[in-house]
Design a binder for this molecule. Sequence first.
Ligand SMILES: C[S@@+](CC[C@H](N)C(=O)[O-])C[C@H]1O[C@@H](n2cnc3c(N)ncnc32)[C@H](O)[C@@H]1O
Length: 413
Amino acid sequence: MEEYLSIGEVSELLGKSKETLRRWDREGKFSAVREPMSNYRVYRKSEVQNLFSNFISQDIKETFSNFVEAENEYKVLELFAGAGGLAIGMEKAGLKCVALNEIDKFACKTLRQNRPNWNVLEGDIKVFDFSEYHNKVDVVTGGFPCQAFSYAGKKLGLADARGTLFYEFARVVKEVNPPICIGENVRGLLSHENGKTLQGMISILNEIGYNVIPVQVLKAINYNVPQKRERLILVGIRKDIAQKYEYPKPYNKIYHLKDALKKSELFNCNVPKSDGAKYPKSKIEVLDLVPQKGYWRDLPLDIQKSFMGGSFYLGGGKTGIARRIGWDEPCLTLTCSPAQKQTERCHPEETRPFTVREYARIQTFPDEWKFEGSLAQQYKQIGNAVPVNLGKEVGYSIVKFLNGYYDFLNSKS
Ligand SMILES: C[S@@+](CC[C@H](N)C(=O)[O-])C[C@H]1O[C@@H](n2cnc3c(N)ncnc32)[C@H](O)[C@@H]1O
């Protein structure tokens, strides 16, 4: 069977920009073809290998890519935008952020500082009316914080959810009426209130005119992120649309901490120096004794007892306590603070928490993306984010869906 490479993959392999590749295509120097199933412009893998064998030092490992080129300028409205992890991912996938809402003033400062042209709507989502975007946005996205609903009747309706941030998400989707909406959350939403919270959200989206695709939890390590983070994705498709949505396919390649902090396929230089939190002397003395990939169980027994206190006798793995990450493993999920007792993530060689720039790299933020506010504020913004590379792959899945939807609409008119 013929195998194809996307323009993004060929651009990466040859170290040539996509613009150059498009020019070569126009000039007939190196022509792309239409992939028979999707009709996207792609390159025959065999041809790339034959023509550029001297260029390509490594084998082409992945035989597919989620990359899809946007056929139109698609617009996204990003709610609960934080420091922009998901928004940058969307931008990298070719979507244009027309507006972003966020309540935290430091996160808003971060967004404005890095993208002065973005329309950042600062404040509580509850006070904003988004009807000016009615039918003008292709996708509404948002990582609404999870809250319990209070159930009046058997089935939760939009009005019953009033007062929650999911209500606000759904209210905005209703106001804007996009073809697709994407909610993003933690895996815990699956089991929150025995699954009732998620069911309630699905029935509300249904009520406002959206079919929800079976929910998936995506593992960031399968999407070019050197971190074992998971995100639950909730996809709603407007009911008048028949176009199929497919989640981004997972990649085989797993990146490790060294790929985040050192020059690698992910980053073209070592991580820049930056500020970072420090451990107190007493903690350094303990963590100095923990090897890479080790945790409190690797300490001498007497130190285990004194460090763990009463919880030493309580059982349970508690593998996040006194944890030192290894270079050759993906990092454990970063949290909003880099040095918490239950979720320690010590640097592999130095006895200290990750710096701000290291944190950002593990979340695949570009080095140029600066964070505003105190050190604690910066860690919080990074720890809260959707990893940029995961956002990008979800972005491609939206682009693919929208390309198909608008192709269908155009074919009818
Ligand atoms: C999980 S974070 C979102 C992260 C973001 N998607 C990213 O990738 O960087 C949730 C965000 O919702 C914001 N938020 C919480 N309540 C809000 C409200 N009432 N109105 C607007 N934003 C709110 C928080 O400040 C936080 O930044």
